[in-house]
Design a protein around this ligand. Structure first.
Ligand SMILES: [Zn+2]
Length: 109
């Protein structure tokens, strides 16, 4: 058995400026996130959702478990991740269902 591994992934995006003038400053765009302004990865959101709905682990218990790893998250944050995960699952299921629809297969949808 491999125990859960929680990591903080730090993304460094340096800004580069043109030495000749101060008008040109460039920076690589940030990678898309599963939620705007959030730092949770897709894997962490999936973990929270699966723990809640498949293993019936309430958010306050998940917060206690994360706290045991030294990561302090409040239930509101976990709830927000749960709602995001729920939305992603629903959207993915809708896309999959739409692909299976006979009209979609015929190229009509
Ligand atoms: Zn320049």
């Amino acid at each position: 058995m491999v125990p859960a591994l929680l990591r903080v992934i730090r993304t460094i995006r340096p800004k580069y400026a043109c030495r000749a003038c101060e008008a040109h400053v460039v920076q690589a765009p940030a990678r898309p996130r599963v939620m705007d302004g959030g730092m949770a990865t897709t894997a962490l959101v999936a973990h929270v959702v699966v723990s809640k709905f498949a293993w019936h682990l309430p958010l306050y218990r998940q917060a206690q478990i994360f706290s045991g790893y030294g990561i302090h998250l409040d239930r509101g944050t976990l709830g927000g991740w749960g709602r995001t995960g729920h939305r992603l699952v629903a959207e993915t299921a809708l896309r999959a269902a739409a692909r299976l629809h006979p009209l979609a297969a015929a190229g009509v949808l």
